[in-house]
Structures are given as structure tokens and as C-alpha cells.
Write a protein that binds this ligand. Structure first.
Ligand SMILES: NC(=O)c1ccc[n+]([C@@H]2O[C@H](COP(=O)([O-])OP(=O)(O)OC[C@H]3O[C@@H](n4cnc5c(N)ncnc54)[C@H](O)[C@@H]3O)[C@@H](O)[C@H]2O)c1
Length: 262
């Protein structure tokens, strides 16, 4: 279970969260508020409210990435970005039709583009900004499917189908992290990703909780025999954000109950 004993000092760190209104992002914001982060800025299409005095929600659509640099330069004109965490899940209405047998070219290419814009181009813009301060940490939400192909037996006789695009964008993310770490290391900008296994909560493909059948199939394959909880994923993000991880860059860290070990 998630470790409740670690105390981080985030009082001097400004956090920028992309997609902070979702399952993982909102759990992250609640923890950062508990740790009294210097400031937390959340960019998302959907609003997420929090009473923390130094929390700020701004509506931003990553489908309009051409405006991102200008927007960041203006919003952070007088403020450093110490840590950027990307918990976006960019998708369009036809995301559920992304299995090899049903996907259209339009579906495929639009999802490749929006994931590339949301994760790869945005992190380049932020790293360039951090470079000027000679410090920064970037953490991207990746997946076990950024390391492995999908395990089709988990989907057998369930509501979930395999997805052609997801492992492509997450696999590319793993090497984007390595390449960014290679290029921005000299500027003391670190970049890492979290390769999470399935997390308890609503399934973002179906907007429903995962069925018993899926869980049974998943647990058979997973050494710890269960899904992750959001705290376990968020705690790993906090560690990579902190000064305790000052010599860690270019890794894709599995938080997966051993899924990628077997
Ligand atoms: N939930 C899981 O089981 C799980 C497992 C492994 C990896 N992940 C990864 O973690 C990340 C976050 O997952 P989640 O479950 O918290 O997702 P989520 O759907 O709960 O949250 C994603 C957020 O992104 C926002 N968003 C989507 N498109 C946007 C756009 N164009 N502009 C601005 N905001 C936009 C949504 O409004 C939402 O608040 C994803 O990248 C996902 O692949 C999730």
C-alpha cells in the first residue's frame, strides 16, 4: 500500500499540471496541496475545484497546441515552472473504435497527432522554459503499454477491446523521455515517465468501473494480483518531482505490481 511516511518539502516549487482534472491529476493536486506546494496550476478542458489558496485552474485545449508557447510565456512571465506533470488523456469520441478491426485512418491519425502534441511538443516547450532557469523536472504519465504490447487475454469476453494507437503513443513516449533526457541533461532539466498498470476507478474507454471478468483476467497475469490505487501512482510522481530524485533522468518507471517483470 502507498507509503504515508514520506514528507516532501515542496514549499519552494511551482507545479504545472497538464490534465489535472482527471483521475490521476486531481489525486495529485490534492496531495500537492497537503504538502503545501508553492503554487499549483492546472491546465485542462474540464474544471477541477480545490480550496488550496495557491491553486489555479486554467481552461486550455491541447488540440490547439499552436497557442501553447505564447500561452506559457504569458502565464509564467514572472514565475518559474519547477515541475511539470502531464496526466492528460487526450482522445476524441471515436477512441472506443480503435481496435485493429474497426479503426479508421481519420481516427488513427487524429489520435497520433493529439497525443504527440499533448505529450511531446508540450514537454519540449516547457523544457525550453526550464532550461533558462537551469533546473526543472518533467514527469509524463506513461503505461505498461509503453513497454509491452497489449495482453489480449485480459480483454477476452469483456467490455474492453484492444487498441491499435495506445501502445504506439506510449511506446514513443518511452523513447521521447530518453531523448529529452539526453538533450536537456546539460541544462539540469530532468524528464521521466511513470509506466502505470491498470488503476482502480472508472475505465476511461467506457466511463464505467472495470468488470469482474476483466479484473479476474488482469489479476491472473499480474504478480501482485490487483490493480494499482491512485495513491501508489501519485507517490511515485511526487518522488520523481522531488529533490530526492535529483540524479534520476531518462527512466520509464514501472508502477505495475510486477506486470512488466514477467
Ligand atoms: N487510469 C488508468 O488506469 C491508467 C493506467 C495507465 C496509464 N494511465 C495514463 O495516465 C494518464 C491519465 O489517466 P487518467 O485515468 O487520469 O485519465 P482521465 O481521463 O481521468 O484524465 C485526463 C484529463 O485530461 C483532460 N483532457 C483530455 N483531453 C484534453 C485536451 N484536449 N485538452 C485539455 N485537457 C484534456 C481531461 O479533461 C481529463 O481531466 C493517461 O495518459 C493514461 O494513459 C492511466
Amino acid at each position: 500500500m502507498a507509503n504515508k511516511e514520506i514528507e516532501y518539502n515542496f514549499k519552494s516549487k511551482n507545479f504545472l499540471i497538464l490534465g489535472g482534472s482527471g483521475l490521476i491529476g486531481s489525486a495529485l493536486i490534492r496531495k500537492l496541496a497537503n504538502f503545501k506546494a508553492k503554487s499549483i496550476t492546472n491546465l485542462d478542458l474540464r474544471k477541477y475545484n480545490h480550496t488550496y489558496k495557491f491553486y489555479n485552474y486554467i481552461n486550455f485545449d491541447f488540440n490547439k497546441i499552436v497557442n501553447f508557447k505564447k500561452f506559457i510565456d504569458k502565464t509564467f512571465k514572472n514565475k518559474k515552472i519547477d515541475v511539470m506533470i502531464n496526466t492528460l488523456y487526450p482522445k476524441f469520441e471515436n477512441w472506443g473504435q480503435s481496435s485493429f478491426n474497426h479503426i479508421s485512418y481519420e481516427n488513427f491519425s487524429s489520435h497520433i497527432k493529439i497525443n504527440s502534441d499533448s505529450f511531446f511538443w508540450s514537454s519540449k516547450i516547457i523544457a525550453d522554459k526550464m532550461k533558462k532557469n537551469k533546473s526543472g523536472s518533467i514527469i509524463l504519465m506513461n503505461s505498461i503499454y509503453g513497454i509491452r504490447g497489449q495482453y489480449l487475454s485480459a480483454y477476452k469476453n469483456t467490455e474492453i477491446k484492444e487498441n491499435m494507437t495506445y501502445p504506439i503513443v506510449k511506446g514513443a513516449m518511452s523513447n521521447h523521455v530518453r531523448q529529452m533526457a539526453s538533450f536537456y541533461g546539460k541544462d539540469n532539466v530532468r524528464i521521466n515517465s511513470i509506466c502505470s498498470g491498470g488503476i482502480q476507478g472508472l475505465n476511461s474507454m467506457t466511463d464505467k468501473t472495470l468488470s469482474k471478468k476483466f479484473l479476474k483476467n488482469y489479476n491472473l497475469r499480474c504478480p501482485l494480483k490487483r490493480l494499482a490505487n491512485t495513491d501508489e501512482v501519485v507517490d511515485a510522481i511526487l518522488f520523481l518531482s522531488s529533490n530526492s530524485a535529483s540524479y534520476i533522468t531518462g527512466i520509464n518507471l514501472p508502477i505495475d505490481g510486477g506486470w512488466t517483470a514477467v
